[in-house]
Design a protein around this ligand. Sequence first.
Ligand SMILES: [Zn+2]
Length: 86
Amino acid sequence: MALQIEPCPFCGSQHLHMVVHKMNYSIACQSCRCRGPQKPNQEQAVMHWNETSRLHSACLKQMPTTTATPGHPMGQPSIKLKPDYR
Ligand SMILES: [Zn+2]
């Protein structure tokens, strides 16, 4: 296989699949449901996905205090907003 798809930059999953839109393709993660950019062909979709993956993992290495939350029940990051009591 000429094109190798990097694991998901957000959750590290390798359960990725190609999503075919009307005229475009994108890579989607089946674990956290994130999506790569839509591109006119499969090669570009994979290339951009890999680029994002590399950039993101480089980013994580620079910020060791930022940790992902593996095994989140919803598979998505949760943001809890607390009311600002004064
Ligand atoms: Zn993912």
